[in-house]
Design a protein around this ligand. Structure first.
Ligand SMILES: [Fe+2]
Length: 169
């Protein structure tokens, strides 16, 4: 696997990244994945993920999703996040404060989305073919909380965990 520093996002961003920069970064690394510069594995029994780069300001993860593999309804603590789908297709179920309740969007190959602070979502591969995605978080992901949807559409936080090198997506 080739892992390189990713500080060359742009000269105006020596530190924490905002959503547009995070999305651009995941698109750029997704191009590298498509070019074969990063090994990708797909495991039928669990989601596979690999930390591609970390510099203290932003972490970049590569994730594969076999059919029906999903994250879990979660937030990203104080981190902003973004993802680009390299191949396949992912479905995101995200919580909307207004409603309240869940909204769903499809993220196709080549598309990127950003996650602002407080974004609560689940991500799943509902297709038969595997999906691959690149995710970036700034500041780096250190903790995540998990939720259940209440009958009234609100969220019930069920637990919080330090990430410690693991990832939910
Ligand atoms: Fe997430």
């Amino acid at each position: 696997m080739i892992t390189r520093p990713i500080r060359a996002v742009g000269p105006a961003h020596p530190g924490l990244l905002e959503l547009p920069e995070l999305r651009a970064l995941t698109r750029r690394i997704a191009d590298e994945v498509r070019a074969g510069r990063h090994e990708v594995q797909v495991h039928d029994d669990r989601r596979w993920y690999q930390l591609l780069s970390a510099d203290g300001y932003v972490d970049v993860w590569l994730i594969s999703w076999a059919r029906e593999q999903a994250a879990e309804l979660h937030d990203h603590a104080g981190s902003l996040g973004a993802l680009t789908v390299v191949s396949g297709e992912l479905t995101e179920h995200h919580w909307a404060r207004r409603g309240p309740g869940m909204r769903t969007r499809t993220i196709r190959a080549g598309r990127s989305v950003g996650f602002s602070a407080g974004h609560v979502h689940d991500v799943v591969n509902e297709r038969a073919t595997p999906a691959v995605s690149v995710h970036a978080y700034s500041p780096p992901l250190t903790a995540m909380s998990y939720y259940e949807l209440r009958p009234d559409g609100g969220l019930l936080r069920t637990r919080s965990e330090l990430t410690e090198g693991a990832l939910a997506g």
